[in-house]
Write a protein that binds this ligand. Sequence first.
Ligand code: ADP
Ligand code: MG
Length: 470
Amino acid sequence: AWSNCLEIIKDNVSLQSFKTWFEPIRPVKLQNSVLTIQVPSQFFYEWLEEHYITLLRKTIKKELGAEGKLEYSIVMENGTSNSKPYTVKIPTTNRQALKNDPVSVPLDVNKDHPIKNPFIIPGLKKIHIDSQLNPNYSFDSFIEGDCNRLARSAGYAVAKNPGGTAFNPLLVYGGVGLGKTHLVHSIGIEIKNQHPNKTVLYVSSEKFTHQFIDAVRNNNQNDFIHFYQMIDVLIIDDVQFFSGKEKTQDVFFHIFNHLHQTGKQLILTSDKAPVEMQGMEQRLLSRFKWGLSADLQSPSLETRIAILENKMYNEGLELPKEVVEYLAYSITTNIRELEGALISLLAQSSLNKKAITLELAKQMIDKFVKNTAREVSIDYIQKVVCDYFDLPIELLKSKTRKREVVQARQIAMFFAKRMTKSSLANIGMHCGGKDHATVLHACKTVNNLIDTDKRFRTYIDELEKKISIQ
Ligand code: ADP
Ligand code: MG
């Protein structure tokens, strides 16, 4: 029975989540429609409860029928070594008791209610729909940084006055894992807070497309259009998915026009700027440009650290500061990966009952980023160089011309040019606001010294090793 369950679960979570959270589970027994599974630790149990409970419930119901129940048995920590795996602040009251008694999860499948049938009787004025907003993705948990300031504040303005600003549509664009989905949920949630009577709907472009195809098949396109035309705030995620889908673009165009003309708000996301979107009808692209396009960029080191700290706070976790910094240094481009690394680290520590140390973090990160061809960051290079010469990193980033700082800065520039894809201008900006000519000059100087000064050359070799090991 459990292996059937696993099949279902596998289709519903990412491969990484599956490996992390479901493979370590062992089925123990099945008796009177109660399936007992063994999880490796309390932490596992809590994580499953918090993140996968709906999926587990549904799966069990599918497999064992309405009577089905799930019980957990938690492997006890036998209190031997001093390895304290991690600190978990348990949010609800009597979790402690669960260590001894397996827990029964009542099967309450009504808790989540996706719109099974989004079509409503035409003519009905006010509609009540589930907005499909994820409460975890609120503004409170969206960390602000230079990388998202414009998009965030435009989003906030829209939330205050949906349909009433020049930002209509609001198009949020940027690479994967930079927070587009999170931000548009935040806007939706804030609108619900400030304007409880407004009908807000979040839908992915993919779901929209499938709903439309179904409507065409069942011959109720009009109901489909009616439904969408009655929404006050329509949030459509990943509109690049509409590329090359002419019929869907047509119907979206009509809905867009209707909503826009009646002062309703549209919020869209895309992985590209409108000018770069391929396979999209011109008239739709020109509509996208009516409002505001705001991009999300890769977060700076400070923002990455803040995001990790916030995430840990929300999950009730504590990690050594050096580990958090190491994660933030190593994973530079994508917030989803950053969170993925944090979670894998927790799982690892829980599974092996090892404390989370810098050592463990390094081992894990090495495995984690192997397939993603990681590039070292300028920040990281600067840190290693400063550690090596025992200089505060602020000095290196400042404009000071002190001799020992100038040389360290030149070395950092040299490595940044060699080991990252950053432009000379960008490197200069990170190193005390110098221009690209200064960076080029620095590289020449360092190359000359390597050729002429033996001791200097040893420095460079050692540093290079340190930077590439990470
Ligand atoms: P995208 O839709 O651009 O691919 P997501 O919105 O799914 O990215 O974000 C990926 C992950 O990163 C999510 O878990 C999200 O909560 C988190 N995240 C993104 N931006 C921020 C931010 N500014 N503050 C906190 N968490 C963020
Ligand atoms: Mg997304």
